[in-house]
Design a protein around this ligand. Structure first.
Ligand code: COA
Length: 320
């Protein structure tokens, strides 16, 4: 069984925050941010929550796919910034779009969220349990960022991407995922989770913390390993892959991965300069942009790969 993409969609908030804007708030500069990360600007929510962004991306994907919301069997939203502890964001999307026959839930895997969600859907397709799915990656990280910490706040943005997918006969889809909980302290956010009945401690609002260099080293080692293993297991030559759509965290990470894989950087499309790191949103937003620009031909092989807090990583090989 394979995963056929029937439609894609994405949505980012209107508000553009440039590097120059951030230099008014923290001690940074456009030169530092662009040379270290490739980011020029990002979109920041002015009040729209994760579910609102996810709903707009989902509606765009449904429209393009021609699939009616009632036909969807399962909705999985990859997010680590749900608006509420419960209900989950996927249920809010379900309610808004009228996907009355779907089961809906979130997957929390930080920037690997979309890949984890897509690969989970594939497992349901393989088992024959579900046939049509809506997969969404969405985060509003501006809710968790300490806007006084120049080490993190310059990196992130808000955004959502979605894909309507269907189970189809074939073997064009392959996947790989991994996690390393021993390195969980490299990037975390304790927000609201530390209330305690015994001690009377009240929940705290925490900001995201990150060891940037640890994450950088992890990404440039783990992602090429994961993608190469996936291609080997799928018996697909890397030269036969038309596009490697990687999580957009830092253009230097993508460049370094391309170099390690001995592939031209042109095969690794990027849009990080416009949006920064939108966490679960980066891969489906880029996929949607390329799709709408008509960059994919039927039969093209595409690799999607993500990595993030957890630590988590994962990749999917699909055929357009
Ligand atoms: N503006 C200006 N200076 C900054 C800065 C900013 N926004 N952020 C940090 N600096 C300073 C540091 O304080 C440090 O100063 P010092 O040398 O006086 O101590 C200096 O710049 C270098 O910091 P360093 O952390 O060594 O920079 P770096 O080259 O490792 O780049 C990151 C930092 C965060 C861009 C890089 O490590 C990275 O991209 N890591 C991956 C993070 C990531 O993608 N996380 C999400 C994964 S899903």
């Amino acid at each position: 069984m394979t995963v056929k993409i029937l439609g894609t969609g994405s949505y980012v908030p209107d508000k553009v925050v440039t590097n120059e804007d951030l230099a008014q708030i923290v001690d940074t500069s456009d030169e530092w941010i662009s040379s270290r990360t490739g980011i020029k600007e990002r979109r920041i929510s002015e009040g729209e929550g994760t579910s609102q962004l996810a709903i707009k991306a989902a509606e765009a994907a449904l429209l393009q796919s021609g699939v009616r919301a009632e036909e969807i069997d399962i909705i999985i939203l990859g997010t680590s910034t749900p608006d509420k502890c419960f209900p989950n964001g996927a249920c809010e999307v379900q309610g808004a779009i009228g996907a009355v026959n779907a089961v809906a839930y979130d997957i929390s895997a930080a920037c690997s969220g979309f890949i984890y969600a897509l690969n989970t859907v594939y497992a349901f397709f393989e088992s024959g349990i579900y046939k049509k799915a809506l997969v969404i990656g969405c985060d509003v990280l501006s809710k968790l960022v300490d806007w006084e910490d120049r080490g993190t706040c310059v990196l992130f943005g808000d955004g959502a991407g979605a894909a309507v997918v269907e189970a189809e006969e074939g073997d064009g889809f392959h996947m790989l995922m991994g996690s390393d909980g021993k390195k969980s302290a490299a990037m975390e956010c304790i927000s609201r989770t530390c209330g305690n009945f015994i001690t009377g401690k009240r929940p705290e609002i925490g900001y995201m913390t990150m060891d940037g260099q640890e994450i950088f080293k992890f990404a440039v080692k783990k992602v090429p390993e994961c993608v190469e293993q996936l291609l080997q297991e799928s018996s697909v030559d890397k030269e036969d892959v038309q596009a490697f759509i990687l999580h957009q965290a830092n253009y230097r990470i993508v460049e370094s991965i391309a170099k390690r894989m001995k592939l031209p950087i042109e095969r690794f499309p990027m849009n990080i300069e416009k949006y920064g790191n939108t966490s679960g949103g980066t891969i489906p937003i880029l996929l949607d942009e390329l799709n709408r620009e008509g960059k994919f031909q039927k039969g093209d092989r595409i690799v999607l790969a993500g990595f993030g807090a957890g630590l988590t990583w994962g990749a999917a090989l699909l055929q357009w």
